[in-house]
Design a protein around this ligand. Structure first.
Ligand code: ISL
Ligand code: CA
Length: 558
């Protein structure tokens, strides 16, 4: 298989609502994004994944789409979109659109029709079932809390919604639904976009018998039980045949519930389905198996994280392609999560260390807006400040059902809420961080006076410039894209060490996840190696220890 262009790419994710406001209404928009494209180009990323910008009532911030071929009014117009696309292409940036087709909004005209009556021509666009034993058809739970079935009085049937009840699941069994989706995708590709990031695409094919599943801590069957359904790969291959294969595009499937074996099909390098997947194993490492993400935060078990990432590295090598990410709009800020935001020194060092650790792996790296600045979680003080439907829904469920005391539930909420990723992008030190001239829809982090793009662009030692260098290294050295991976020090509690090998060339990546010095002696083979990058400047070749959050990459070529 020859190398595909997107295997050497670095993707920058823009969450439009929180990126840049251009008209003072406190909400980021397309014109705002266009004005900041040069910043993304300067970082060195070459693909932008745009979270949804389609028309939406915003029950889940655009992940509930009411018209797939219109732009959300708050974000601007189709002309604004076209202008952004043209400007991105002029700067050498590809644009990847979020494709949310496991479900639509309940305000989409398909659903408005569908819920009218059992014999409406759009009825089968969604998943309607009769009650079972006087209740819901099965025990599936919604990802946002409670049951996944909503009862419709008028017709006496339930419809399925794996997410909010304003996000009814589309019925992929219906050929007409697939036709509509593929035609719409083709319309966007014809417009000139460069690919799709596919929202929860692993969930589109449901077992039509709707069995009961093993309940999790919420008391319901987890939505992930619907992953890799019976016709999943048939649907994706059809999509590939009918749309994707006609274009030289990049596609990434968001794949909750997908393991290494299945990923080899979704992201097969033969190109029959998608370019790559987002897996959830590594970001679930601190999730409590019983209480889930919003029930308890488990301290990071580094050997476990290493073992997960390492199995994905070796598992997919030569067979399928993976994506690499710490953050996105659904995850907390990684510095606060697995690095440290306790002091400015630790924030800066650990942000660089985490970047090093991820960017030297095999796969296509994703940088979430602000990650390149080392942005941190917001200091929430009360649950009233949280608006994210997922974390809030789960929190309220835990409190209401008495599963957790309120203070404990809040302690998890403040660390895990998706709102941490959604506070405004920090552009400068001014009052609203340069995000807006009005009142931002989410509060600006108080640390924007020091953590911001303007300050970091002016400082050659900033996290921004470090990320810029990591990205440049990937473009320069084949081995980062193509080298094979080997984990060293698998059981070490504080160090993440690995090599990449390509022919006679070898890279050694050493990362300390500890805020204290850690004993470590550099392997003799690398004593005379070239340093590609390091977060402490000069590395200490003959020291007996690594400094707090120290990270570096060495290269030898015989
Ligand atoms: O449980 C999860 C996160 O806590 C994941 O398995 C979840 O299924 C995944 O995060 C789904 O995310 C995507 O679809 C959602 C939307 O709210 C998210 O923003 C999006 O990334 C529904 O469209
Ligand atoms: Ca705006």
């Amino acid at each position: 298989m020859s190398e595909r262009w997107w295997q050497r790419s670095v993707v920058y994710q823009v969450y439009p609502r929180s990126f840049q406001d251009s008209n003072g209404d406190g909400i980021g928009d397309l014109k705002g994004i266009t004005s900041r494209l040069p910043y993304i180009a300067e970082l060195g990323a070459d693909v932008i994944w745009l979270s949804p910008v389609y028309q939406s009532p915003n029950d889940d911030n655009g992940y509930d789409i009411s018209d797939y071929q219109a732009i959300m009014e708050e974000f601007g117009t189709m002309e604004d979109f076209d202008e952004m696309l043209a400007e991105a292409h002029r700067l050498g940036l590809h644009i990847v659109m979020d494709l949310v087709v496991n479900h639509s909004s309940d305000e989409h005209h398909w659903f408005v029709e569908s819920r009218k009556s059992k014999d409406n021509p759009y009825r089968d666009y969604y998943i309607w079932r009769d009650p079972k034993d006087g209740g819901a058809p099965n025990n599936l739970g919604s990802c946002f809390g409670g049951t996944a079935w909503e009862y419709d009085e008028a017709s006496g049937q339930y419809y399925l919604h794996l997410f909010s009840k304003k996000q009814p699941d589309l019925n992929w069994e219906n050929e007409k639904v697939r036709d509509e989706i593929f035609t719409m995708m083709d319309w966007w590709m014809q417009k000139g976009i460069d690919g799709f990031r596919m929202d929860v695409i692993s969930l589109i094919s449901k077992d039509q018998s709707f069995p009961d599943y093993e309940p999790d801590a919420s008391g319901f069957g987890n939505h992930r039980e619907c992953a890799n359904g019976p016709r999943e790969h048939e649907f994706l291959r059809e999509m590939n045949r009918r749309v994707l294969s006609k274009y030289d595009c990049i596609t990434v499937g968001e794949c909750p519930g997908v393991g290494i074996e299945e990923a080899k099909e979704y992201a097969n390098i033969d190109g029959s389905e998608l370019s790559m997947v987002f897996e959830f194993d590594h970001v679930s490492v601190d999730v409590d198996p019983d209480l889930g993400r919003y029930g308890k935060v488990v301290p990071l078990d580094l050997p476990k994280l290493k073992s997960i990432l390492s199995s994905w590295q070796t598992g997919l090598q030569g067979k399928a392609w993976n994506s690499l990410f710490w953050e996105n709009h659904d995850q907390p800020r990684v510095v606060s999560r697995w690095g440290s935001d306790a002091t400015e020194e630790f924030r800066e060092k650990s942000a660089k260390m985490l970047g090093t650790c991820l960017h030297m792996l095999q796969g296509t790296p994703y940088v979430f807006q602000g990650e390149e600045l080392g942005m941190t979680n917001y200091p929430w003080t009360s649950a009233d400040e949280i608006v994210d439907c997922e974390s809030k829904g789960n929190y309220l469920h835990f409190v209401k059902e008495g599963i957790l005391p309120e203070a404990e539930a809040f302690d998890v909420l403040r660390q895990q809420t998706r709102d941490n990723a959604r506070t405004p992008m920090q552009w400068d030190a001014s009052e609203m961080a340069g995000f807006t001239t009005g009142t931002p829809w989410r509060p600006v982090h108080p640390n924007h006076t020091t953590v911001n793009a303007e300050t970091e662009l002016a400082d050659p030692n900033s996290v921004f410039h470090y990320y810029q260098k990591l990205i440049a290294l990937r473009k320069q050295y084949d081995i980062i894209t193509n080298g094979s991976f080997e984990l060293l020090e698998a059981d070490h509690p504080d160090l993440f060490v690995y090599t990449r090998t390509l022919g006679d060339e070898k890279l050694l990546t050493v990362c300390s996840f500890s805020g204290k010095p850690v004993a470590w002696k550099m392997p003799a083979a690398f004593a005379a190696a070239e340093t590609l990058i390091s977060n402490y400047g000069e590395i200490r070749t003959d020291a007996e220890e690594l400094r707090p959050y120290e990270a570096y990459v060495l290269r030898i070529a015989e």
